[in-house]
Design a protein around this ligand. Sequence first.
Ligand code: ADP
Ligand code: MG
Length: 298
Amino acid sequence: MKHDPAATETSPLSRTLPHAPAELTLGRLTRLGEGVGKVVYASENWVVKRDRSPSEILALIALWKFLRKIERLLPGRLGERLLEKPSRQIHALRMLVQGFMGVVPRSVWFATHIGEMWRVHRSRDERGEILARSRLAGESLTPERVQFPPARVNVGGWPGWLTVSEATERVDATLHERLMELARAGRFEELEEWLDRFLELRPEGWRRGVFSVDAHLKNFGVHRNRIVLIDAGGLTDDWVEIESRLTFEEVVNEPHIQLGLGAVLGARPDIADRFNKRWKAVVNRSEVRRHWPANGSA
Ligand SMILES: Nc1ncnc2c1ncn2[C@@H]1O[C@H](COP(=O)(O)OP(=O)(O)O)[C@@H](O)[C@H]1O
Ligand SMILES: [Mg+2]
């Protein structure tokens, strides 16, 4: 990153700039990706995030649950593809669901299981952000964040513009994208190196007293030759949750399938096998406890 040190005031958590980086306000930002909670727009070196409204999130969760149910009834891999790749179709479906949900009072939705999932999602997101700021910031485990006075930026697609007062360094690709690219190009040695780096990164969090219960490949980014956490949403220091996740890990026999790497490693069962063995040796109770700080809440 090219920064002008003279123009900035340094702080250990995030830097404050006198104004938004010029590239954010000059052109129109492209829509880079989205998750359940956020839509992400980018300029060349920075991303800004728009938090989805509660009704958008509720509609997405409802839609996701519905697709899960009918997945097996959809032709071919259509259901699976829809779940994996929020696309134009998903967008259209979500708008439909949202319209339908609009006629039912929100209090009714919030009382349902969908409402419960929304609450869990939101509170995980907030807690994760706080943990990331207090335990991971400034350690090159997360992309750099900058803050600045509110600025209006143009974005492709609805709503056309956004007001933002912080931005995050853009990563080269999500870990998921990088592994897909490498597999397509047949560069399996490099792919395996990235898998190793992913496994080396996880204990880095544990040493700082945080564990990710949502450690999937789209929540990590590749920044030059390192992996960073781009979505703090699943971070926790609560041992009840950590235990429950680790209990789940115990019954997963093929972690690479769980991570969505089944097809990617289809041609290389040897890599899948090595990765699964390493994962099992790293992501388990005794390892997490061994790395956990003595003063952590274990
Ligand atoms: N710093 C970043 N650089 C590049 N892409 C990003 C960055 N942060 C997020 N993204 C993209 O946006 C997607 C959603 O962002 P994320 O923070 O995971 O939101 P959510 O909480 O909704 O899951 C990511 O999977 C990724 O594709
Ligand atoms: Mg995410």
